[in-house]
Ligand binder design. Structure first.
Ligand code: ADP
Length: 228
């Protein structure tokens, strides 16, 4: 299965992991990265890296993110275009959290056309009530970015990252009021992206994302990928 998938993604394919906050995009993106050996590009992580560096982009992005709103398109488009141009993306990449608006999808399409990369969207479908419960239990390692879930995927030792022993943290924007705002933002700005991608003929895999373990969902994604 792995070789078959690698062979198919060998011709520089960008995988777009698409779904609402808490749908498991980050978890699946990391599993796919390990499987396919192509970079995982999370716009949320890139923006958070700028926030920790305290640079101008980070200060600006932080004010949008803390209130659950989207960072302006131009900022994110430039980050992604520059990242996809790096040599480690020559064999493809996994986009997590991008595109999130129709304009971002147009910008990505133009970048793919210019670079000759193909695309496949993986849409993780979930029930919002399950998403809210799932996000409430989410913890992240501030050091390596690894995600845990107190119910579905707990660390071996409570509150501690398995990989590097750091104390796990709750992300500022994982608090319940902000999660509701993020789900509303998703409905308003991001769900129309899926309609746009469908109407514009992007390749899309529909995957049920809330009734199985991360490894079972990964198998569903792989099954869909080989058929594309
Ligand atoms: P989630 O997918 O769970 O919302 P992310 O880490 O992907 O978490 O995103 C966190 C926040 O970062 C978003 O709520 C938004 O403010 C900002 N962000 C991430 N990706 C984008 C994007 N493509 N466009 C605009 N803002 C973004």
């Amino acid at each position: 299965m792995e070789n078959k998938l690698q062979a198919r993604s060998g011709a520089s394919r960008v995988l777009v992991i698409f779904g609402p906050p808490g749908s498991g995009k980050g978890t699946q993106a990391k599993l796919l990265r390990d499987l396919l050996k192509i970079p995982h590009i999370s716009t949320g992580d890139m923006l958070r890296a700028h926030i920790s560096q305290g640079d101008g982009l980070g200060v600006d992005a932080g004010s949008w993110m803390r209130s659950g709103r989207l960072v302006p398109d131009a900022t994110v488009d430039r980050l992604v275009e520059e990242r996809l141009a790096l040599p480690d993306c020559a064999a493809g990449a996994i986009l997590d959290g991008y595109p999130r608006t129709v304009d971002q999808a147009r910008s990505l399409w133009a970048v793919l056309q210019r670079s000759g990369m193909s695309q496949l969207v993986i849409h993780l479908k979930v029930d919002y009530n399950k998403v809210i419960v799932r996000i409430a239990g989410r913890r992240q390692c501030p050091q390596c970015g690894l995600l845990y879930n107190l119910v579905a995927n707990p660390p071996k030792e409570a509150g501690i990252c398995d990989r590097d022993g750091q104390a796990l943290a709750i992300r500022d924007d994982d608090r319940e009021s902000v999660v509701r705002e993020r789900l509303e933002t998703y409905e308003r700005q991001t769900r129309p992206v899926l309609e746009f991608l469908t109407a514009s003929g992007w390749n899309i895999c529909e995957v049920e994302g809330d009734d199985a373990s991360p490894s079972e969902i990964l198998v569903r994604i792989q099954d869909c990928m080989v058929s594309q």
